[in-house]
Ligand binder design. Structure first.
Ligand code: NAD
Length: 493
């Protein structure tokens, strides 16, 4: 089996304890993809210290030069897109077409942030005093600790690394233990693109063992975490004591509202993609569908008919539409929620069971599942399941739809299908989520718009777009007095 390494101070190294863990294909658990270092606090310390040392030089590299490195990385991603996508499908199961999209997103972010090297705009403004010049510029923060989940194993690390790099920060990345290979490829590409020694460091391992020490490390000035709410809460508590800057991107219970005037064929197609794309393992997955009672029966029948026809299997097969769940624990979680839904009195319209015929016996496959006649307060309609399970909730009218849509602790993404422009704009105004769609499902963010959620989906920061620069840089306000005398603001008026 291939042995992969950590990347610390420009060298590929084993963990100091020499322990490893295996990366397994969830579509076929007989296939290991390699062994990765099971790192601990001492490895994290070495990486943080390398990043902190490298920061003294990297912060002085002109941003357009940093941008050139990112640009080269983007070109390498483009050249290797197919190979990287295939490896991603093997390591975490998403179908090949979606894996290509994941690599594309990393590439888009690299190109976008490369361009920021020639912008990183601040402000120039007036002064209340004569012969005085005022401006604000962006300053880097230092070493960043980046912790990522497995469901977008290349895109999410890139979302964090590219803006952090262009702003002049150095970093330690701790990718998810269920999908370390894609992050490994990304770091390898950044090395090849010319990132100087120590600027990017990669430490593999588990959350408690490698993630937690990274969050706590004194040299780390900012932490960016994407993952679940319980872990996000722990990370926030660990950062609070030292007031570390912290970006949290967490879960969702995203809603599609289907009004009685919607184009039903479009809404069904959007619901299938939103609910079962990436096997429902997206933070923006459409896991609740609130449907106007006038079209409820027709919508649910058509959705069930489509869900039952979806082809499950190994994502490398181009005819497969739905891949496996990430691991056995996730399979058990999904099965547990199905039982809970039944016990709560929701109507199981299709799916609800593991699929293990033929080759699928070796993977973590679960049938696309639709629950009908759900009450908004049911746990299956409130909690993030992170699997191919969707809950249908009937509603009487637009106002009730909005009430149900907002009645969750999450606030990541929402959507409405309607042909009434007034309803569309009212929904855009009233839905309490960071991302809203009209006549499209809740998934499909683009890299040049802010990404993130309200309520327990995040902590107010945004990733992607120029909003990411606000997290990875600090504003510095600068006053230059060329009057040759003492001028006192607010006093010498
Ligand atoms: P997770 O919270 O279990 O793990 C995320 C990362 O945190 C992993 O790298 C893990 O090793 C690390 N970790 C675990 N315990 C830690 C600790 N105590 N200290 C520091 N790090 C620790 O999440 P997951 O199962 O990998 O991913 C699924 C979750 O991620 C879902 O809730 C999903 O909604 C969320 N997610 C959110 C977004 C978003 O942008 N909002 C995007 C993708 C996924």
């Amino acid at each position: 089996m291939e042995i992969f390494k950590n990347f610390i101070d420009g060298e590929w190294v084993d963990s100091l304890g020499k322990d490893v863990f295996e990366n397994i294909n969830p579509a076929d658990t007989r296939e290991p993809l390699g062994a990765f270092p099971r790192s601990r606090a001492e490895d994290v310390e070495a990486a943080v210290s390398a990043a902190t040392k490298a920061y003294t030089r990297w912060r002085l590299v002109p941003p357009p030069k940093r941008g050139e490195i990112l640009w080269r990385a983007a070109e390498l991603l483009r050249a290797r897109k197919e190979e990287l996508a295939r490896e991603m499908t093997r390591e975490m199961g998403k179908v090949l077409e979606e894996a290509r999209g994941d690599v594309q997103e990393a590439m888009d972010m690299a190109f976008y942030m490369a361009g920021e090297g020639r912008r990183l705009f601040g402000q120039t403004t007036t002064s209340e005093l004569p012969n005085k010049f005022c401006m604000s510029v962006r300053a880097p923060l230092g070493t960043c600790g980046l912790i990522t989940p497995w469901n977008f194993p290349m895109a999410i690390p890139a979302w964090k690394m590219m803006p952090a790099l262009i702003c002049g920060n150095t970093m330690v990345l701790k990718p998810a233990e269920d999908a370390p290979l894609s992050a490994w490829h990304l770091v390898k590409i950044l090395e090849e693109a010319g990132v100087p020694r120590g600027v990017v460091n990669l430490v593999h391992g588990f959350g408690e063992e490698a993630g937690a020490p990274l969050v706590r490390a004194e040299g780390v000035k900012a932490v960016s975490f994407t993952g679940s709410v319980p872990v996000g809460r722990e990370v926030a508590q660990a950062c609070a004591g030292s007031f570390k800057r912290l970006c949290l991107e967490m879960g969702g219970k995203n809603v599609i509202v289907v009004m009685d005037d919607a184009r039903l064929d479009l809404a069904v197609e959007g619901a299938v993609w939103g609910a079962f794309g990436t096997t429902g393992q997206r933070c923006t997955a459409s896991s609740r569908i609130v449907v106007h009672k006038a079209v409820y029966r027709e919508f649910s029948e058509r959705l069930v008919e489509r869900a039952q026809r979806l082809k499950l299997g190994n994502g490398l097969d181009p005819t497969v539409q739905v891949g496996p769940l990430i691991n056995e624990a996730q399979l058990r979680t999904v099965a547990r929620y199905v039982e809970m839904g039944r016990a709560e009195g929701a109507q199981l319209l299709c799916g609800g069971h593991r699929v293990s015929d033929g080759e699928k016996a070796h993977g973590w496959f679960f049938a696309p599942t639709v629950f009908g006649d759900c009450q908004p307060s049911m746990r299956i309609a409130q909690e993030e399941i992170f699997g191919p399970v969707v809950t249908l909730i009937p509603c009487d009218d637009f106002d009730q739809a909005m009430e149900i849509a907002n009645h969750v602790v999450y606030g990541l993404s929402s959507a409405i299908y309607t042909r009434d422009v007034n309803k569309a704009f009212r929904a855009l105004r009233d839905m309490e989520t960071g991302i809203c769609y009209v006549n499209a499902p809740t998934i499909g963010a683009e890299t040049h718009l802010p990404f993130g959620g309200t309520k327990q989906s995040g902590n107010g920061h945004r990733e992607a777009s120029t909003a990411a620069l606000d997290f990875y840089s600090e504003w510095k306000s600068i006053y230059i007095d060329y009057s040759d005398r003492l001028q006192r603001a607010q006093i010498d008026t």
